[in-house]
Design a protein around this ligand. Structure first.
Ligand code: NAD
Ligand code: 6OD
Length: 480
């Protein structure tokens, strides 16, 4: 595998100066590259480059031109598709099929979707008459949207390019200048993206990329910078809280996509085989390292035993799964496996570290795990683990199912499994979550609102919701 060469990209120039840290493969723990750590000066120069871009050709660009850039970026990623897949797999260890069918195609899709959505976006006009006003008393009010300015984008390691471009595409479409910082664990596809953006001819400074750690490092330098006009962040809820404290000093607006402890509600009338397969996908895809993954499963009592048996059997047969992102994250997940047992859980599948008998034994793997028997108050049931694990508990009726689903500090996503259409429509709106899937999971339409309630986030992304966040309306009133 070619060594990964992450680099900063500031004002159209790539650089790797200064201190570095090693990039490890989660598959076998080997070093696959070195990452430059951005100093406060590097971050500052990126913010200044972004500000200057707003005063230059980028700031004067029209939506047609920006949409053309977005399409060129999508084409550029497509042209280097295999390279992007290789880089995403090297950084995350995720199965190649996942990167090739989800991560990289969605990154391309994000740029194409926002090219379409922002080009077709209407502005509003209001013909106004105010009786008694001097003269005609008539005016034309029209509302135009202008970019926020310099936008900081901070992204996590689990879907590196997908989640970075999910923000970069609408931010650029709306005319902002961007300073992005990807996770320190997954810098490679972000660097390739900078290359593609450079090749697409996007004016210098419109997109800048800095690498490095979060707290007391590049992430914090960026989100506390007085020159940043807005922050779009995806990551853990605790990190969101820290960023918000820094943002408060400059009253910087934030859009937050944060953690989850997502419930699945399986009713006795569900197609059980479908519900089991759906839960296998929703709990174990990318080894549970997707914010939308199910970690709490509530099953109606008549089918509870059968569901647990079938889910555990499927969990035991899973073979081609990827590792945790790092040794530190593996240790965190394993500490929850131990905590669950200490809290009184029955481990019906997994619960440990797999043995492969090959190089993967040096990697950061944990077994897909199914737990039962814990009270709703257990930390294992309340805290986000972000690994391939779910806890299954029984319920008796609809009201109890909804009460259990909502008894959480989080509210990102939920799934409801039922063949009763009326029940689906009754239950879904009562679940405290930003996204509720009925008889499916993670089926995405990029125009729909995406985000969480409670500790799972602030605001919505997707479609016009992202374009709204990345711009602000200005009303002009012309007396006629
Ligand atoms: P994280 O919060 O540790 O890190 C995310 C990013 O924030 C990284 O780039 C990191 O360097 C940076 N960061 C960390 N501390 C910072 C600080 N003090 N100031 C500024 N930046 C800082 O999250 P993670 O471990 O990379 O990702 C996993 C978490 O992200 C989980 O909680 C998961 O649920 C959440 N997540 C949520 C969504 C969503 O859409 N709601 C999507 C993906 C991941
Ligand atoms: O599909 C998306 O648009 C999205 N934001 C997914 C987030 C997944 C979290 O890990």
């Amino acid at each position: 595998m070619a060594a990964m060469k992450p680099a900063h990209y500031v004002n159209g120039v790539f650089s790797t100066t200064g201190e570095t840290f090693p990039l490890l493969s989660p598959v076998d723990g080997s070093q696959v590259g070195v990452v430059p750590e951005a100093t406060r000066d590097v971050v500052d120069s990126a913010v200044r480059a972004a500000r200057a871009a707003l005063d230059g050709p980028w700031g004067r660009s029209g939506v047609e031109e920006r949409c053309a850039f977005l399409r060129r970026i999508a084409d550029g990623i497509e042209a280097r598709f295999e390279e992007f897949v290789d880089a995403e797999v090297a950084d995350t260890g995720k199965p190649r099929e996942l990167a090739a069918t989800v991560d990289i195609p969605r990154a391309i899709g994000n740029f194409r979707a926002y090219a379409d959505l922002s080009y077709g976006r209407p502005e509003r006009a209001y013909p106004t008459t105010v009786p008694g006003w001097s003269g005609s008393g008539q005016a034309l009010n029209y509302t135009v949207r202008r970019p926020l300015g310099v936008v900081a984008i901070i992204s996590p390691w689990n879907l590196p390019l997908l989640l970075l471009t999910w923000k970069v595409a609408p931010a650029l479409a709306a005319g902002n200048a961007v300073v992005a910082k990807p996770s320190e664990e997954t810098p490679s596809t972000a660097t390739l993206l900078a290359e593609v953006i450079d090749e697409a001819g996007v004016p210098d400074g419109a997109f800048n990329l800095v690498h490095g750690h979060g707290g007391a490092a590049a992430g914090e330098y960026l989100t506390s910078h007085a020159g940043v006009d807005a922050i779009a962040f995806t990551g853990a809820s605790a990190t969101g809280a820290a960023i918000m404290r820094n943002a408060a000093d400059h009253v910087t607006p934030v859009s937050f996509e944060l953690g989850g402890k997502n419930p699945a509600l399986v009713f006795a009338d569900a197609d059980l085989a479908e519900a089991v397969e759906g839960t296998v996908r929703s709990s174990f895809t990318h080894s549970g390292q997707i914010c939308l993954c199910t970690e709490r499963v509530y099953v109606q009592r008549p089918v509870y035993d059968e569901f647990v048996r079938a889910l555990a059997e499927r969990a035991r047969t899973l073979k081609d799964y990827g590792p945790m992102i790092s040794a530190e994250h593996r240790d965190k997940v394993l500490s929850y496996y131990r905590l669950a047992v200490a809290e009184g859980a029955t481990v019906v599948a997994g619960g440990g570290v797999p043995s492969f008998g090959d190089a993967r034994d040096g990697g950061f793997y944990v077994e897909p795990t199914v737990l039962t028997g814990l009270p709703q108050t257990a930390r294992t049931v309340r805290e986000e683990i972000f690994g391939p694990v779910c806890h299954v508990a029984p319920f008796d009726d609809e009201d109890e199912a909804i009460r259990l689903a909502n008894d959480s500090p989080y509210g990102l996503a939920a799934t409801v499994w039922t063949t009763d259409l009326s029940r689906a429509h009754r239950v879904a709106p009562r679940v405290e979550a930003g996204i509720v899937w009925v008889n499916c999971w993670n089926l995405r339409d990029l125009r729909t609102p995406f985000g969480g309630v409670k500790a799972s986030g602030i605001g919505r992304e997707g479609g016009e919701y992202s374009l709204d966040f990345f711009s602000e309306p200005v009303n002009v009133c012309v007396k006629i």
